[in-house]
Design a protein around this ligand. Structure first.
Ligand SMILES: C[S@@+](CC[C@H](N)C(=O)[O-])C[C@H]1O[C@@H](n2cnc3c(N)ncnc32)[C@H](O)[C@@H]1O
Length: 197
């Protein structure tokens, strides 16, 4: 059972279909979820590889002021399990949500342009917001994955390219508190897990 008070539905309030090369090109059945705020820049699969590249990204469709809310998390559901796509919102084993929107395409950066803020037990306040630097139209919307993730289902070699890149990203469990806090806002459940470790 989730340990945080979790009123999250098991299914998203609105049906969401993940964009793929075939439904964003040619047939074009895909409908962007937040067209006025951001859009997915979709990378086509390398011909014949048959594998997902995970190199698509989310970019801002307009400027955002410093600390401006980009969007609240409105179509979220309880994740059936921790996955590459889920976001951790508490310290319990089941405390992972699925975004069920174009926000899925927010990549990680060690020098992020946005934050996911998930105050404990206040899901109506859960949001993506610009950092204190603000965001320009066309800039990638990224967040620091260890700000929500303790021990990720799928780690990766970071390609964010920032000067203070941490290299391998596996979750906050594997990073010192100083390295976490100098890069991003860190959610309470991660700070609690860090204190207890
Ligand atoms: C939720 S997806 C983000 C969207 C993803 N780029 C896509 O095209 O589906 C998370 C995955 O994207 C990739 N990813 C995100 N940020 C990355 C980064 N900074 N460096 C390398 N891969 C990254 C990793 O494969 C990760 O497991």
């Amino acid at each position: 059972m989730p340990t945080a008070l979790s009123p999250l539905p098991l299914n998203p309030p609105e049906v969401w279909t993940k964009p793929t090369y075939s439904n964003t090109h040619g047939g074009k059945t895909y409908k962007p979820t937040h067209p006025d705020l951001f859009k997915v820049e979709f990378t086509p699969p390398v011909s014949g590889s048959g594998e997902e590249e995970y190199s698509s990204r989310l970019v801002a469709a307009r400027d955002f002021e410093p600390n401006e809310t980009i969007t609240r998390l409105t179509n979220i559901s309880l994740a059936p399990e921790k996955a590459y796509s889920s976001v951790q919102f508490g310290s319990g084993q089941r405390d992972h949500l699925e975004l069920n929107s174009d926000l899925l395409f927010m990549n990680h950066s060690c020098s992020p342009t946005a934050e996911i803020r998930l105050p404990t037990n206040r899901p109506h306040e859960w949001e993506v917001r610009a950092t204190s630097k603000g965001l320009k139209e066309g800039e990638a919307i990224t967040f620091f994955y260890p700000s929500t993730e303790w021990d990720m289902a799928v780690g990766f070699d970071c390609s964010c390219g920032s000067d203070n890149c941490l290299g391998k990203i596996k979750g906050a469990k594997h990073i010192s508190i100083a390295d976490l806090e100098e890069r991003s806002y860190i959610n309470d459940h991660i700070l609690r897990l860090k204190e207890a470790s």
